[in-house]
Design a protein around this ligand. Structure first.
Ligand SMILES: [Zn+2]
Ligand SMILES: [Zn+2]
Length: 249
């Protein structure tokens, strides 16, 4: 048996900031650019936790929070362990073997499982009422507010949820930092120059900083690339979603 990672489909969005425009909306998402600091802020309504609403209580009732936690740590451990043969292969300089592929697939599979279990665990903690302490007590009274801030050095995503307990009516506004990545390199990048849509000059649109790349959901890998025209100040942001699936062959 072999595990294969497939990219099922790609979904690319271009967000354009012509000179003088610092704020734009696309599919109900607000993109705002601070030209002084090159900070990009993305605000949108998030999704309700509905996808886990039924499964999380089922899984917690069946296995208990402690077992879910152990399984999560085990998956993370296996994900790291399976990555080691790949590193050894690279070091020994023998790329011909199939081992790296199996190693990557296995590592990624356990990583995906660990993030799913972590979501379940998280769901359980979020929906326990802060006032009366009952499990799965909160209901979301409106869609969460999601804010992403991307700078040269950092990518930060915060989610604000609006919750109300169905037993004691306690209302709770919860803000969590859902993701915080420090970019390992903050120097400028200057390859794959493109034609600027603002002034039309060839090779003037430059990718001016390293992209933000991360697993957005358990099946979507998102890459955000930042471009700027060296002549006219036109800015473009390219957001690519790779929908991934892991199959057994
Ligand atoms: Zn309560
Ligand atoms: Zn230009």
């Amino acid at each position: 048996m072999e595990l294969v990672i497939d990219t099922l489909s790609k979904d690319i969005r271009y967000v354009e900031f012509p000179v003088g425009i610092n704020k734009t909306y696309l599919d109900n998402v607000c993109y705002e650019l601070d030209r002084e600091t090159d900070t990009l802020t993305i605000c949108s309504e998030g999704n309700f936790y509905s996808s886990l609403k039924k499964r999380a209580p089922d899984l917690i009732n069946r296995f208990g929070l402690r077992k879910i936690n152990i399984l999560k740590k085990l998956s993370l451990f296996l994900s790291v362990v399976l990555f080691i043969p790949l590193i050894l292969k690279i070091v020994s300089g023998d790329p011909a073997s199939l081992l790296p592929l199996v190693s990557i697939s296995g590592s990624l599979m356990f990583f995906v499982l660990a993030s799913y279990l972590s979501e379940i665990e998280n769901y359980c903690n979020i929906f326990r009422c802060k006032n009366c302490g009952r499990d799965f007590a909160y209901e979301e009274i409106k869609r969460p507010f999601v804010k992403i801030v991307s700078t040269y050095n950092k990518y930060e995503k915060t989610i604000t949820s609006y919750l109300k307990c169905r037993y004691c009516n306690d209302e709770y506004i919860r803000t969590e930092i859902a993701r915080q990545n420090s970019k390992s390199r903050s120097k400028k990048t200057d390859k794959n120059r493109k034609t600027c849509k603002g002034c039309g000059k060839d090779y003037s649109l430059v990718e001016y900083r390293y992209p933000d790349a991360h697993l957005e959901y358990h099946n979507i890998f998102r890459t955000i690339r930042h471009y700027k025209c060296v002549h006219c100040g036109y800015v473009e942001v390219r957001i690519k979603d790779d929908h991934i699936a892991i199959n057994r062959v």
